[in-house]
Every structure is written in structure tokens, then in C-alpha cells.
Design a protein around this ligand. Structure first.
Ligand SMILES: Cc1cc2nc3c(=O)[nH]c(=O)nc-3n(C[C@H](O)[C@H](O)[C@H](O)COP(=O)(O)OP(=O)(O)OC[C@H]3O[C@@H](n4cnc5c(N)ncnc54)[C@H](O)[C@@H]3O)c2cc1C
Length: 408
């Protein structure tokens, strides 16, 4: 397996790096974050401006075809760009759903009118998108979606509730999974729509998190009227459209889980004194650091395997499920070790203990969410069991039953 860039990829990496050096500030350390102290409105404005700058340079949608406003490059080039941008201080996350999953779905399933209307403005940063799939009783199994879209003349009326919708409070549009046929089995009666988030009947309620931030929301839909032109893909094919959206997540390759976590923890363990000796002299601490190193080394190898597949023009395999399964747990256990090293001040006093402590604290706070978002640990294990190891699948008794009967 060849983990190196091809000559073309290496040339692209050099070009991207030169452009980033001319247009952004390099990170001083891995936990350096863009926009400390900016409020949400200012951060969003900065993110839109950065996206517009990337679009002007041709880097907004590298793998999208030129006729759709992209650069016409390969998925490998997009991954290379993301790796390089990760070394610079730029506003992250705001366009993650737009560029990572929503717009590729519009590009794959949209009509020519939809592509013309939505792709380029979003690549330029004019529009932000969100993903309205999960509901209070539909998460791991989106076949349980109950939000209903009912035909009304030449349009649709949508009623229901979504939850955990990242960025819905600032999104302009969303891709929405709704049930259009209750007499079909659970995965067959679904249809995907494009939702204009400013339409009457939509109420977005932010969910307050343990960190005091609100990244995701409940979204209530009360008789929201959609035109026929809002349907994304064929009626009744929403499951297929949704699967193609989730496939896109594989191309992100768990960039959030690679890095030098063990190094950070080892640095802290050298600083901290336990019984007047550096904590790193304690065998249990060294074992924790070794565990973090092993987990990250494994994650990095799986990421490289995925990158190698992308580089050959293939899709990364189901074994990519291990990246998040191992990476998010490693963040959580390493975060816990860092908190222990911080002693009584562990979680509460990053400011007092110094900047070195901020990232491990963030790991601790964000790891539980990372173990759920984009498929829980158990769902990743099911994927590995069934699709990597070839073990027998789960027994599913509801697959062919009309959804209406499951309701009772
Ligand atoms: C930070 C974050 C951001 C998110 N952003 C979005 C977003 O933008 N849009 C969106 O639509 N959703 C989003 N989600 C929701 C996310 O996709 C769901 O939370 C996730 O799919 C799990 O669904 P659930 O919460 O309904 O849990 P459930 O599916 O109810 O699962 C509950 C428990 O049962 C286990 N379980 C379920 N099924 C099985 C099974 N077959 N075998 C074994 N165990 C099982 C699960 O692992 C879990 O432990 C986000 C979630 C988080 C944490």
C-alpha cells in the first residue's frame, strides 16, 4: 500500500500550502483556535468571508465538477486541501455540513434547476446548510422517521420534529428526510427535501450544552408549505438519497481524530508533580500515555489506508468505522488522564493552569458527543461486525412491515 502523494498530488499540496501561507496565519500549536473572543455573529461573518476567499481561489469545492462551480479535482485533492488548511488558523465547522454532506447530496440528486440555484452560492459562502435527519425516535435507525410530508396540490405540507440539528439556528437551508408513504415498509416510504429555513411554520430552539455553547437544535415544523421543486431525488427514494449523504462522511476520514494527543498528555505529565516527583514517573500515567499513543498510531494508519483508497479513485471501505470508534474513546480516556493530572483544578481552571490544558479539557467535554454523532459506538461496531468481519447481521423483523402497522 502506497501512502505517499502521487507527483500530481504533491504538486497540488505545494500549491495549496503556498496559497494558505499567503492568505492565512499558521497555527502556533495544535490547540491554537481561530476567533477566540469572537461572538457567534462575528465568527459566522469571518467564516463566510473565508469561504468566499477560497471560492475566488478555486478551493471552495475541489472535487465538484467545473460545470457545478467546483474545481473539477479528485476527492484526494480535497482531502489534501483539508489536511493543509488544518495547519492554519481559519474559521472551522460552519461549512462542515454544507460542503461535507448537504451539497454533495444536492450535486448527486438535484435537478439542473436545483444545482444552479443552490451549489455556487453555497460554495461562495452565501448560504449555510444543515442536515435534518434525526428525530426524538429516529437516530441510529432513520427508518423510524415520523416527520410527515403530505401532498397538497402541486406541493407538500410538512409537519413534525427534528432534533440534534447542528447549526440549524444559523442555517439558510437544510436537507430534510420526511415520510411520504405510511403504507410502505419503514425505509421505503421516505422522501428527501430541500428546506428553506426561513419559511413560515419553522421554529428552531437551540439546545444548551454542558460547555454552555449551543451547537445543535430542536427544529419544529408546523404545516410548512414546500413547492414540488423542493423535492430532492425521486418520491419514495429518500432512504437511498440519505445513504448517499452518509457515504460522504467517510471522505472526511476522521481528520478530527488524528494528531499528537499522547504528546500533549506526556508534556502535562512532565510538568505536574506528584509527591514531589514528575507525574510521568508514575507507571500508571506512563501506561495511559502509551494507550493514547497506540490508539492514535492505529487511527493514523487507518486514515492513511482510506487516503490511499481515495487516491486510487476508490471509496474508503467500511473499516473506516474504526477511526471514530477508537479515536473518540482515546480522546475521552486521555482527557480523563489530563483532568487527573490537573488535580483539584482539573476541569475548571484551564485559564489558571495555562493554555496547555485547554485541549485535553476540550477532549473530555466533546468526546461523549463525538461517540454519538455520525453513528454511535455500537453502530460502528455493527458495521465492523457485519461488513468487515462478515459476521451474521442483526435480526430485523420489521423490514417488510408497512410503517403504519409499526406505529400501533
Ligand atoms: C454532536 C452531535 C451533532 C449531531 N448533529 C446532527 C445533525 O446535524 N443532524 C442530524 O440529523 N443529527 C445529528 N446528530 C444526531 C445523531 O446522528 C444521533 O444522535 C445518533 O445517530 C444516535 O441517535 P439517537 O441519539 O437517536 O440514539 P439512539 O439511536 O436512540 O440510540 C440509543 C442507544 O442505543 C444504541 N443502539 C441503537 N441502535 C442499536 C443497534 N442496532 N445495535 C446496538 N445498539 C444500538 C445506541 O448505540 C445508543 O447507545 C448529532 C448528534 C451529536 C451528538
Amino acid at each position: 500500500m502506497d501512502f505517499d502523494d502521487t507527483p500530481e498530488e504533491a504538486a497540488f499540496r505545494t500549491r495549496v500550502r503556498a496559497w494558505l501561507e499567503a492568505n492565512a496565519t499558521p497555527k502556533r500549536s495544535r490547540d491554537d483556535r481561530f476567533g477566540a473572543g469572537l461572538d457567534e455573529a462575528a465568527y459566522l461573518a469571518a467564516a463566510r468571508a473565508w469561504q468566499a476567499k477560497k471560492a475566488a481561489a478555486g478551493y471552495a469545492a475541489i472535487a465538484a465538477p467545473r460545470e457545478m462551480g467546483g474545481l473539477g479535482g479528485t476527492p484526494a485533492m480535497q482531502v489534501i486541501y483539508n489536511q493543509e488548511e488544518g495547519r492554519f488558523l481559519t474559521p472551522g465547522h460552519v461549512f462542515e455540513v454544507s460542503l461535507g454532506t448537504a451539497l454533495p447530496t444536492v450535486a448527486m440528486w438535484g435537478t439542473s434547476e436545483q444545482k444552479a440555484a443552490y451549489l455556487e452560492p453555497a460554495f461562495r459562502g452565501d448560504h449555510i446548510w444543515c442536515q435534518l435527519f434525526s428525530e426524538p425516535s429516529a437516530g441510529s435507525d432513520l427508518g423510524n422517521v415520523r416527520t410527515r410530508a403530505v401532498r397538497d396540490g402541486d406541493g407538500w405540507i410538512v409537519t413534525g420534529q427534528k432534533v440534534w440539528t447542528s447549526g440549524a439556528h444559523f442555517a439558510d437551508y437544510g436537507i430534510l428526510l420526511a415520510r411520504t408513504d405510511w403504507d410502505e415498509p419503514k425505509s421505503k416510504g421516505l422522501t428527501m427535501f430541500i428546506l428553506d429555513m426561513k419559511l413560515p411554520g419553522i421554529e428552531v430552539r437551540p439546545i444548551r450544552q454542558i460547555s454552555e455553547e449551543s451547537h445543535f437544535n430542536e427544529v419544529f415544523l408546523s404545516e410548512v408549505r414546500l413547492p414540488e421543486g423542493a423535492r430532492l431525488g425521486p418520491e419514495g427514494q429518500g432512504w437511498k438519497v440519505m445513504l448517499s449523504t452518509l457515504m460522504q462522511e467517510r471522505f472526511s476520514l476522521g481528520e478530527n481524530f488524528s494528531g499528537d494527543l499522547y504528546d500533549q498528555i506526556a508534556g502535562l505529565a512532565r510538568q505536574v508533580l506528584w509527591n514531589d516527583r514528575p507525574a510521568i514517573e508514575d507507571a500508571r500515567v506512563r501506561a495511559g500515555i502509551a494507550d493514547a499513543y497506540i490508539a492514535q498510531f492505529g487511527v493514523d494508519l487507518i486514515v492513511r489506508r482510506g487516503m490511499s483508497a481515495i487516491s486510487r479513485g476508490e471509496s474508503p471501505g467500511p473499516e473506516m468505522a474504526a477511526i471514530k470508534l477508537i479515536g473518540a474513546r482515546a480522546f475521552q480516556t486521555a482527557g480523563a488522564l489530563a483532568l487527573e493530572l490537573g488535580g483539584a483544578e482539573g476541569l475548571i481552571a484551564a485559564e489558571d493552569l495555562g493554555a496547555d490544558w485547554r485541549l485535553p479539557q476540550l477532549f473530555w467535554i466533546s468526546a461523549p458527543g463525538a461517540r454519538i454523532a455520525g453513528g454511535t459506538d455500537e453502530i460502528q461496531k455493527n458495521t465492523i461486525a457485519e461488513r468487515v468481519l462478515g459476521l451474521p447481521g442483526e435480526i430485523r423483523t420489521d423490514r417488510d412491515v408497512p410503517f403504519r402497522e409499526l406505529e400501533g
